[in-house]
Design a protein around this ligand. Sequence first.
Ligand code: AMP
Length: 552
Amino acid sequence: MLTKDAGRVQRETLRKILEQNGDAEYLQNLGLGGRTDPESFKACVPLVTHKDLEPYIQRIIDGDTSPVLTGKPITSISLSSGTTQGKPKFLPFNEELVQNSMQIYTTSFAFRNRSKQVKTNGGLTATTATTNLYRSEQFKCTMEDIQSRCCSPDEVIFSPDFHQSLYCHLLCGLIYSAEVQFISSTFAHSIVHAFQMFEQVWEDLCNDIRHGVLSSRITVPSIRAAVGKLLSPNPMLADSIYKKCMGLSNWYGVIPELWPNAKYVYGIMTGSMEPYLKKLRHYAGSLPLMSADYGSSEGWIGANVNPGLPPELATFAVLPNIGYFEFIPLEKPEGQELENCASIDYIESEPVGLTEVEVGKEYEIVVTSFAGLYRYRLGDVLKVARFRNSTPELQFICRRSLLLSINIDKNTEKDLQLAVEEATKLLAAEKLEVVDFTSHVDVSTDPGHYVIFWELSSDASEEVLSSCCNCLDLAFVDAGYVSSRKVRSIGPLELRVLRRGTFQKILDHYLGLGAAVSQFKTPRFVGPSNSKVLQILCRNVIESYFSTAYGC
Ligand code: AMP
């Protein structure tokens, strides 16, 4: 039992990570001199964020095959969510991460049972960590072991066209409906998105199944060929699907109706996925929702070993042999106890080890994985819910300093600032300035969209403002945002221009609450809980523009 002596397993894991990566240039420069104990490690290796690693990662991207950051070769690059300084975030991916993922899948499965690609200049494939994983041979074997084969052929999974791929996923899922054990996607919002599409195309899907002919909307030849092989006329199945769909009320419970043998719906449902749970529960009807594991492109961290709990209460047991973990204790300063976690100026203290964390306290996690021996600050805030033997079970609280997020997109205060800077260049020619700005995520529309509020020094023409709006939309280069915009799971960015003096009213509001002028920082993000400020903003909007940058 790994969780029995997590402290020992952690020391052992750190030793393995350091030994395997001993040749890496990054480690050699730090003066560790072959030592592998946690104390020397902490003393010699600094805590880093993505920005510190960029020069090394750039060399790997450019094709440097020497051991730069890792002992084992880097097989591809993961396109992580989020950005650093407005540029997409790349991370190394290697065989170790495949092993790491297999372990976590097998672990959480044991408890459960009952894209896009670019080539870097150096010739490595850059895609999301999940796609890197799906490509590996071992992934398929493990998935067969845990009876989790996907219904769709590889041509559909790796299709360059998101809409065609989604249509075929739905079609293949229906063809094999009797055998489907569970419905899953990495993130909950994709499942919701899939069923929103299903509502639109279900009659076409029935037709394809009835006649055994793939819809003409599928134009990618490799997909047509692969899916064509699975399709033969099946009027009985088509009739049954048609009848079931007609019998549903507003698509409630469509999943168990069409996949009678499915036992649950599975995916990441915590953190920024929580807003999708309501819609997901609607489609899932009586089926339980099971929240997936917790990890990142840097490596996996914890398995959901209490899958029976609703996603809102999900916790993740840290697997002590999957990486070396440290925790920066975070304390809320007085007066900020109730604030949105992303905007709190936490008081930090020295990182502690996995077995030293305390139940009920919050921490930022630091990961040292087999895929890179750096001490990486992930930026997530976690709370220790309980201990399972000697390893903690963590609850995901929020992404630190994350402002704008609708589904897989992640943009920070810095990203917002860079986007605004970019767009204000267009105002400079008109001798106009942005007096102040803030942002909001509007999920009352479907799909949700980003809203940027601007107060301007004087009036601007419609033409200039609509190009500023497009420019803002394009300036968010986070891979999650760009791909969601392209497939319309995030709507067009909205620029709302405010009456002059609006930010003064906001300042007055905070002063009225006892804030000091000298301490005041304009909130760069106004969440729904800050209803008073949101109200001030919304009442003072004089005009609004929607981006046309992505053609939708
Ligand atoms: P990426 O770097 O794109 O792989 O994204 C990793 C980030 O996704 C983590 O740092 C978390 O913020 C978030 N994440 C991953 N798994 C979960 C989960 N189970 N619950 C909440 N957030 C998660």
